[in-house]
Design a protein around this ligand. Sequence first.
Ligand code: CUA
Length: 352
Amino acid sequence: MRRGSLVQLTLFAIVAAGAGTALALLPNWLPEPASREAGRIHFVFWFVTGICIFIFAIVAAVSAYAVLKFRRKPDDDTDGPPIHGHTGLEIAWTAVPAVLVTAIAIVSAIVLAKDDAAGANPLRVDVVAQQFAWSFHYGCKEGARGDPVNCTKDSPVLRLPVNRSVVLRMTSKDVIHSFWVPEFSQKQDVVPGIHPTLHITPDRIGTYPVICTELCGLGHALMRSQTVVMSDAAFQKWARTGTQAGQAGGPPVQGQQGRALFTSLGCTSCHTLAAAGSHGTIGPDLDKLVTYAQKAGKPLASFVRESIVNPGAYIEKGYPNVMPKNFGSQLSKAQLDSLVQFLVTSAKKGSP
Ligand code: CUA
């Protein structure tokens, strides 16, 4: 091969590598990682992308060179010279990809193993998915079917301390959902009847979305929450305060029980209600229940009860009919009573 050809090939390869690198780096393909696991996954991503750019540059350079150099001349109908194999070349194009693919496999296996292992003294959080809300529970015991019970703290938002290993244990109350925080780079299907886990070590303070990535019904696209990664001190402070009803001394007050249910059932992720401090906008604004009941022409208490047991009975304009039809069936009579009472009381307080 002449020196001129080599120079030309090298130039093509540099241009192709430049184009490939620009395409990889310029658009913001991935969110900035916010966990150690995500950092490792991003390393694999860039490792593989680098190899791809290298191979692409070689293939593109040889193709471009061949197209330009060996293109048919006008009126040339002859066949090209017959060429038999080139042993050296064949060994090279078999051995080099074999080495690269093996390297990718080894790097991926190491990262998978590291990401699957919990660190020392992990914090356990129970993630509960239901149509169409996430709820997060701390300090739970395992009930008969492995569902979280007797939790010390429930939250509609996933709060995590920075730089501590976390084991998320998943529970679904109805259908298959999938837990995804883009900044954590990991997804986990939440399948009814089993309790898969996911290990995360958040390493960047901030607020990131929690998204359901498994089509789970009409409200799937609305099934979102947030994860807040906070300093360890702030997390400890949050964990100590405002635990659910029935903590120190005496039986739980009715209103408190209703409020705790409102939070633990995930109502807060869809509904705004001043008394519960929630700002959801997917479902109707529950501070306006008095007005809604008037529009529906029903007494407030029976309107609230009907809307929980049969969410499709009255649809407030401007809101999708996505509340699960079986929502009421997961409540005991006493729970339904205290939820209705809590909503009626806070609605009356909220109305002018
Ligand atoms: Cu839950 Cu989609």
